[in-house]
Design a protein around this ligand. Structure first.
Ligand SMILES: Cc1ncc(C[n+]2csc(CCOP(=O)(O)OP(=O)(O)O)c2C)c(N)n1
Ligand SMILES: [Mg+2]
Length: 801
């Protein structure tokens, strides 16, 4: 049984008065003007300093203005959250401008630095963006996961029913080609997701071309199969009225059977072409000729293009007609470039109107020269008052600030934060123990953690956490295996209080759910601390969704485990190579690859704080299943600071030493072994542990910029550490991953580097064979050190003679 119900009053169809419909139509036309003008101004009026095309999508905007005006000016309520298709950004900003939430200056700077963004951005736009969009398909799916998060908060009692809203995506029809949409769709069915509307701007054009006719009716079936209501808004009211007249039914059939490409071509050509085609195809049917004669060419063109998505009444009726919380797909037929000179033209995606076309558009609206930015120019004074009055009372704007502020959740002090003690352990197993200890604790932190995993919960060691904190579900379900007295280490109890969301194997969904969970504080007023696990190589599967999640500043902890060749017998398909470079390159995601349990504990503690810091971000932990002997040390402040800054001397070099070994992660035993052997020949050599190449690199890069940007000190943590070495010292770096992760260290003070790492696909094997074959083992490290030693000798001899 369904226990969550959306809080919006859906009991009755709100009738919209004829007067309001007229206002909405007027506002829609103004939005279409402003969106077109914003793009025109950026391309043809604002100074262009570099000759680059500025761009913008006037046609994509025009097809969605009626839908967005109906929503924002009438249907939406403040708790509703909306993802707007990326290239409709000017429409969004124009609407915000009319609602008083966007400045003229921002519009004038559209696509310029610091101005309104080309695609809606939560972090960069000054107006009220709920979800960033840009990479098509992702903004669609994130709304479903936001709805799931909203349900979770209602179930745990953190969000009142009346404070819930609808999660709405406005998408282009070509977005329905993105596979991630269907991965999410499957999950919506499994999790009984409600309160989600996906509204398709069905203009039957993508970027390149007219979209395939063959998919026409298939979307209905696909969504219906996944439990969604599908509402198709194909005809506008005028069309439906025409169909009632003699000959009208044949006209409807003709429209239904017309191929997409022909419909688009006739739309572009206009009334005369429509008449010619219709007369030739169905003119012989009684009544058709007379029906067509009732329309002059212009009104015939209007009739044929006023599809459901351009008919305010049709849209309002449909949206207000929803009196339930079932997920709903609206297929709203539209015309790309609606009512603009290039409407229907297959090449109109990036088309921009010329000066003469803009002038004639402006004239048709009675907007005087110099009044282009005036929000209601061209209307009579009394009408302006009426419109302004309408805008001032739009329900969506009832709340002045739709973003919530939340208090930080306290993170336990060192000594209190779990740090499992054992002589030997792997970072993956220790992660599981730390989560298990947190699950057992009464720390508020533990209550705010929500974990998720795409079908690798058990194999990434989240099982203990799940046993204690349970799986989230709308209904309570005991673990059947347990009830049947079948022994298992896993206790999969599902309940409304559960703190783990189990996903099917779809990494895109993991990242989109992490995005939604990580925005929970902002969106719903309850801060959550999401932790997501997956096998490290499969980060690549959802990489764009990961980028999307952090792009909008969602905060989460991502755990990639197992990782690297060190996975051993599992083989090349599961051994990640490039993920450290992803960690290094990805903004707003801090990558750590700890070796020892005490490091992991300190990093997680720091991570939960960093995830809550205004200037913080998300965390990525690359962990391993390799069991290592654990050091017995007490975490002192200096060591912890060094660790969290990215590196510490595990064995400090003698001042002026000529060699240091540098390692990251589970390869430590080989580095330590090689170090012990080297010390005999190179007394004073150092051993540098680098648990975060990312922290280290970013700090160094910052220090290089700092003389100009004044960001922090002119020196860096790594420069301070390496300053212990002689200027001609060499570094052997080693990581179970792409060697470029550490090879940059040589640039810090000009030391020579021999970088060891993995450069070809892995394969099955034990660690001994694999490290040997890929040259990561003790011998390879010693060989690399010898190379450095030799080159130092050669240099020395060259200098002497
Ligand atoms: C993942 C991704 N691939 C490609 C693009 C480039 N792109 C931008 S819009 C678009 C097609 C849009 O067609 P549709 O969704 O139908 O929107 P319309 O402009 O017709 O409203 C493409 C391919 C993108 N933004 N994201
Ligand atoms: Mg389209």
């Amino acid at each position: 049984m369904r226990l969550v119900k959306g809080g919006v009053d859906r009991s009755a169809v709100t009738a919209v008065s004829a007067e309001d419909i007229l206002r909405l139509q007027q506002l829609e036309l103004r939005v279409r003007w402003l969106a077109t003008w914003i793009i025109h101004h950026a391309n043809n009026i604002r100074e262009n300093r570099d000759g680059l095309k500025v761009g913008g999508h006037q046609a994509s905007c025009a097809s969605v203005t009626t839908i967005m005006s109906a929503l924002y000016f009438n249907v939406l309520r403040p708790n509703d959250r909306i993802a707007v298709k990326p290239h409709a950004s000017p429409v969004f900003h124009a609407i915000q401008y009319l609602l008083g939430s966007q400045s003229r200056e921002q519009l004038k700077q559209f696509r310029a630095m610091g101005g309104a963004q080309s695609y809606p951005s939560r972090t960069k736009d000054e107006d009220d963006v709920d979800f960033s969009t840009g990479s098509v398909g992702l903004g669609v799916a994130v709304t479903a996961f936001a709805s799931l998060v909203q349900d979770l908060l209602v179930c745990r009692g953190s969000l009142a029913d009346e404070d819930t809203g609808r999660m709405i995506a406005l998408l282009g029809d070509a977005e329905l080609d993105e596979g991630n949409v269907y991965e999410a769709l499957i999950e919506t069915y499994k999790h009984d997701v409600r309160n989600t509307w996906w509204i398709v701007d069905y203009n039957r054009q993508s970027l390149d071309a007219i979209t395939s006719d063959r998919m026409f009716s298939r979307f209905d079936d696909i969504f219906a199969t996944a439990g969604w209501d599908v509402i198709t808004l194909k005809y506008g009211k005028n069309q439906r009225e025409a169909f009632q007249r003699k000959g009208g039914e044949v006209l409807r059939e003709w429209i239904d059977n017309c191929p997409n490409a022909l419909y688009a071509a006739l739309t572009f050509k206009g009334g005369e072409a429509w008449r010619g085609q219709l007369l030739s195809d169905i003119g012989h049917v009684p009544g058709v000729n007379e029906l067509l004669n009732e329309f002059d060419n212009e009104s015939l063109s209007n009739l044929m293009t006023q599809l459901g998505g351009h008919c305010m009444e049709t849209l309002l009726e449909a949206f207000h007609g929803i009196d339930h919380d079932r997920p709903t797909l609206f297929i709203t037929y539209t015309v790309k470039g609606y009512a603009l000179p290039f409407q229907g033209h297959k090449d109109n995606h990036a088309g921009i109107m010329n000066m003469a076309q803009m002038e004639s558009f402006q004239k048709s609206l009675n907007i005087g020269s110099g009044e282009e930015w005036e929000s209601l120019a061209g209307f009579a004074k009394s009408e302006q008052n009426n419109l302004q009055n309408y805008l001032d009372n739009v329900p969506f704007s009832e709340k002045s600030n739709r973003r919530h502020q939340t208090e930080a959740i306290e993170v336990p002090e060192r000594g209190e934060f779990p740090c499992p003690k054992s002589d030997e352990d792997s970072t993956q197993a220790a992660f599981g123990k730390i989560m298990n200890d947190l699950a057992r604790s009464t720390y508020p932190l533990a209550d705010h953690i929500v974990t998720t995993s795409p079908d690798v919960t058990v194999s990434t060691n989240l099982g203990g956490w799940v046993n204690r904190r349970g799986i989230f579900s709308h209904s309570n379900q005991e673990d059947i295996f347990r009830e049947e007295e079948i022994s298992s280490a896993q206790k999969w109890v599902m309940s409304k209080q559960g703190q783990h969301i189990e996903l099917g194997i779809a990494e895109n969904n993991l990242f989109l759910l992490l995005a939604a969970l990580g925005l929970s504080g902002d969106l719903f007023g309850e801060r959550l601390l999401p932790v997501g696990t997956l096998y490290d190589p499969f980060i690549a599967r959802g990489l764009d969704a990961l980028n999307y999640a952090v792009y909008q500043d969602a905060r989460f902890m991502l755990v990639g485990t197992p990782s690297g060749l060190t996975l051993g017998p599992e083989g090349g398909a599961h051994q990640s190579i490039g993920t450290p470079l992803i960690g290094l390159a990805q903004p707003s995601l801090t990558y750590f690859e700890p070796t020892f349990v005490d490091e992991l504990s300190e990093i997680m503690r720091w991570g939960f704080t960093h995830m809550q810091d205004d200037n913080g971000g998300s965390i990525y932990l690359r962990l391993s299943t390799r069991v290592l002997d654990q050091p017995n040390r007490k975490p002192a402040d200096t060591w912890v600071n060094d660790l969290l800054n990215g590196a510490y001397w595990q064995a400090a070099p003698a001042s002026g030493a000529e060699l240091a070994l540098v390692y990251t992660g589970a390869i430590a035993p080989e580095a330590m072994d090689a170090y012990e052997q080297l010390r005999e020949d190179v007394p004073g050599a150092g051993l540098l542990a680098v648990p975060s190449p990312d922290r280290l690199y970013r700090d160094w890069a910052r220090s290089l910029r700092s003389p100009w940007t004044k960001e922090g000190e002119a020196t860096s943590h790594i420069a301070r550490l390496l300053a212990e070495l002689a200027p001609n010292a060499g570094l052997v770096t080693v990581i179970d991953g792409a060697p470029g992760t550490l090879s940059w260290l040589g640039s810090v003070l000009g030391h020579r580097v021999v970088p060891l790492g993995v450069e070809t696909f892995g394969q099955s094997g034990d660690i001994i064979d694999l490290y040997d074959a890929y040259r990561l083992g003790t011998d390879a490290i010693l060989d690399a050190a010898a190379t450095i030693y030799l080159s130092q000798q050669i240099k020395y001899s060259a200098a002497t003679f």
